[in-house]
Ligand binder design. Structure first.
Ligand code: MIG
Length: 820
């Protein structure tokens, strides 16, 4: 015993003296302080810092060892606003305060602490380490707060609450990734911390390989750092998570409203070929009355995998095929890889070499790596002329009728690509950067170039762009899917978390390969997955080469019916879904929203068993469940709720057991909601009936909904060509008010509105529309069956039908007031 303690003492003494001998490698003591127009410049005994006030609730911190680089970001598009702030200085403390936020900077050494205006602690540096360097690696350590929780980082596996996890950002091609693998395709270095009823966001805008630690193997700090570059982060403080998302997307931008057809059902396969198979696939959808808007052409459409070419035999007449697809109301998306085949006489190769467009080694020789076409060079998308050139290359495809562009392999993936040499040099807008700095933005810049090029070539029509690799801010250019997932229940559930998490980092338009890309998909799994897919922003079935066929009819008649019903339901919900996308465009609120956005202080919403639940738009809650379960627990948060399919009412703040046979995904609607729906169409090109079915769900609280509509195809909405209608549910006054906003340039495609009332029990004779008594029609509706038939199974099953009151004939372009 004694011996051990002596040994221990010696060990502790040695360690102690050792650590005292280590040179200080964290930000030092204040030497100079300078007030600037929008913040502070700080010099310390070791390193410099810059504080920039972006808005009353957003403060940027830059910290460097020696000198600041020229300021440049691929992610951030906004400049600091003019903000009033005060600065108070004592010997130990510098305090910068705006109306919404206080920043205290200790001076010996310089450490940062963020507080509310009434001095509640929001976030604080670890007092010892603060911002610290180990070699070129720079890390900021934040003191872990009691009960602190973390969400965000976009495309990362793990739990909704990332407390206890660590994640690395290093864009990587990871086929058939495991549900807990960390190295995925994209980098979104933004997270939100929550504790003591307070929440804040931190966006670490550094493109090097970065590491976030939320208390993995330690209970002392959360930290974020990178292999190189500056400590450069934006601190956002707001009381609501929705406002933090708004601020993050003010910094990094928001989605454009996608073409409406890209919100329809999309079918993909590696690969449909030749042209006759593509056409047959489209025809089968039409024959089977399964709605479809988009078909995908994977790598086999190309000649020897050479981008911007067509295979001469498989697709001898692309324009002909594309026009036949178009006549069936099917839009076509093609895959594009960055690797350009090294081959004499191949146009893209010859031009790229001649004009200096490819990534090079420092000695000026082109980088060459192997991928599908064999040895390839790779365009340098961080060089403006290259982006322009690449974008213009789409002209012949667009002329032939292609409207969707799917950028793949842009991590950059190559055979053995995880080991691409760090010394590769990229242009970085003329500033030059090594591959270590550029890798994480390569995919984003490829999709930027693809988006800007195709948009400018499409005469005002909207292209669909889809990417695998990405970086913060990519939402301005593209949608995203989560790469090569696996056909399993665990992956289906992970997919829900991934899409929810992507939504927290600006990527509102995201989805997974429905059915699972790799591995044998069971019929039950497909059935469940397609129903979840119908409630996700980007809805596409995709399957790898050499795997089972995975069209909605590949799994037997029962599953085909489930697929038809859920896909048709998606098309019924199109007015609601489109409005949710418009909201993402306007405010940064994602389409799929983890429950903790609105129920941040409700511990149940954080629990692992409910962590997959999400709101699909503002009103519909989805509780994803595995394919083998027939009954499941669901948590209903604050408010009152209705079962979407059978109308059964529930009080909130409770856990319920609900049946979930394969055809019935647990879906609930929040009381006080509006859900605009339309009749079933087979594609978004087909006109629905001229009635908008406005479902209203009785609630105990008032609410407001802003219905949105535009042409769905062009960018005219940027010039004000759209319609908005304010819909209010006023609980206290017992009325519903629908107010179309003046829309001179655009009028609704719907002439009339049918109000479908759920859970309303008006006293006989008291229901009034625009002051006149109305008699609502009491009827049974079925939101599940695509084909409303009297003999349909579910009509006999109370589980899938519900009683409602309908008031029809309201004029879509005029104000209506309904009172009861
Ligand atoms: O090396 O183009 O993630 O969706 O089907 C595989 C073939 C390349 C990876 C993509 C996948 C696509 C596949 N691609």
């Amino acid at each position: 015993m004694k011996k051990v303690s002596i040994l221990l003492t010696i060990l502790i003494m040695t360690l102690g003296s050792f650590s005292q001998q280590l040179p200080n490698t964290s930000l030092g003591s204040l030497k100079k302080l300078k007030k600037t127009d929008n913040g502070l410049l700080i010099e310390t005994s070791f390193g410099k810092a810059q504080v920039t006030v972006y808005s009353p609730s957003v403060v940027r911190i830059r910290i460097v060892k020696a000198d600041f680089d020229t300021d440049f970001s691929y992610a951030v598009i906004s400049n600091p606003e003019k903000v009033n702030f005060s600065i108070l200085q004592t010997k130990d403390l510098v305090t910068l305060a705006t109306d919404s936020l206080k920043l205290e900077i200790s001076t010996q050494p310089v450490r940062f602490k963020f507080l509310t205006p009434d001095n509640r602690l929001v976030n604080q540096d670890d007092e010892s380490f603060g911002t610290n360097w180990v070699g070129d690696e720079v890390t900021t350590y934040k003191k872990m707060q009691d009960g602190e929780k973390f969400i965000g980082l976009g495309e990362k596996t793990g739990n909704l609450n990332r407390r206890g996890e660590a994640h690395v950002n290093w864009n990587t091609d990871n086929p058939a990734y495991q549900v807990d693998d960390d190295d995925l395709y994209s980098t979104f270095p933004f997270y939100i911390g929550v504790h003591h009823g307070l929440s804040y966001g931190i966006f670490f805008d550094n493109t090097y390989r970065s590491i976030f630690n939320f208390g993995a193997s330690n209970d002392r700090f959360s930290s974020f750092g990178a292999d190189g570059g500056e400590m450069n982060y934006y601190f956002i403080f707001h009381s609501q998570i929705s406002q933090i998302l708004n601020a993050y997307t003010t910094l990094t931008g928001r989605i454009n409203i996608p073409p409406v057809w890209s919100l329809g059902f999309q079918q993909s396969r590696w690969s449909y070929f030749p042209d006759t198979e593509v056409l047959n696939t489209a025809r089968t959808f039409r024959e089977k009355k399964i709605p479809l808007d988009v078909l995908y052409l994977d790598i086999h459409y190309m000649d020897a995998y050479k981008v911007f070419t067509w295979h001469p035999e498989r697709f001898a007449n692309p324009a002909g095929m594309l026009s036949q697809l178009k006549s069936m109301n099917v839009h076509t998306t093609v895959i594009i890889d960055p690797g350009i085949k090294v081959e004499k006489g191949y146009k893209a190769y010859e031009e790229g070499v001649k004009q200096n467009y490819f990534i090079k080694y420092p000695d000026g020789k082109e980088y060459t790596a192997q991928v599908w076409p064999g040895w390839c060079h790779f365009p340098d998308f961080t060089k403006p002329v290259v982006r322009k050139w690449w974008g213009n290359n789409f002209a012949p495809m667009i002329d032939a009728g292609v409207e969707g562009f799917w950028t793949d392999m842009n991590e950059i993936a190559s055979w053995g690509g995880g080991f691409s040499p760090s010394i590769l040099t990229l242009d970085w807008e003329g500033r030059f950067a090594s591959y270590r700095q550029a890798k994480n933005v390569y995919g984003m810049q490829m999709s930027r170039s693809t988006y800007e090029g195709t948009r400018s070539l499409m005469n005002g029509r909207r292209p669909l762009t889809l990417t695998r690799a990405s970086y913060a801010g990519a939402q301005r250019y593209t949608s995203i899917w989560t790469g090569d997932n696996f056909a399993s229940d665990a992956h289906m559930m992970l997919g829900c978390r991934l899409v929810n998490s992507l939504g927290l980092t600006g990527m509102a338009f995201s989805g997974v390969d429905v059915g699972g890309f790799i591995g044998e998909t069971s019929a039950r799994l497909f059935g469940r997955w397609i129903s979840i897919g119908a409630f996700s922003p980007f809805f596409r079935v995709h399957k790898a080469a050499n795997e089972n066929s995975s069209e909605p009819w590949s799994y037997g008649e029962g599953i085909e019916n489930i697929a038809r019903n859920y896909i048709s339901l998606r098309y019924r919900l199109m007015p609601y879904l489109y409005t949710a996308f418009a909201e993402a465009h306007k405010t940064g609120m994602p389409v799929n929203r983890t429950m903790v956005i609105d129920n941040t202080t409700d511990e149940n919403c954080w629990r692992n068993e409910y962590q997959q639940q999400y709101m699909f738009g503002p009103s519909i809650m989805v509780a994803p469940v595995e394919s083998n379960k027939e009954i499941t627990k669901v948590y209903l948060p604050h408010g009152n709720w209705f079962d979407f399919f059978n109308g059964k009412p529930y009080d909130g703040n409770q856990e319920i057991m609900t049946e979930c046979p394969l055809e019935k995904l647990p879906v609930f609607v929040k009381g006080g909601s509006f859900i605009p729906m339309q009749t079933i169409v087979q594609s978004t090109s087909e006109k629905p009936s001229d009635t908008l079915f406005l479902h209203v769900y009785f609630g105990k609280e008032s609410s407001v909904y802003h219905y949105y509509e535009d042409d769905g195809l062009t960018y005219d909405y940027e010039k004000g060509t759209f319609l908005e209608s304010k819909m209010s549910f006023v609980a206290g006054e017992k009325k519903i008010v629908i107010e179309p906003m003046a829309a001179e340039k655009y009028s609704s495609k719907f002439k009339t509105i049918s109000l479908v009332l759920h859970g309303f029990e008006p006293v006989a004779g008291q229901l009034k529309a625009n002051g006149k008594a109305v008699q609502p029609a009491a009827t049974t509706i079925d939101l599940f069956n695509a084909v409303y038939r009297k003999d349909a199974v579910s009509l006999d099953s109370p589980e899938m039908t519900q009683k409602v009151l309908v008031i029809s004939g309201l004029k879509a372009n005029e104000k209506s007031e309904i009172a009861w």
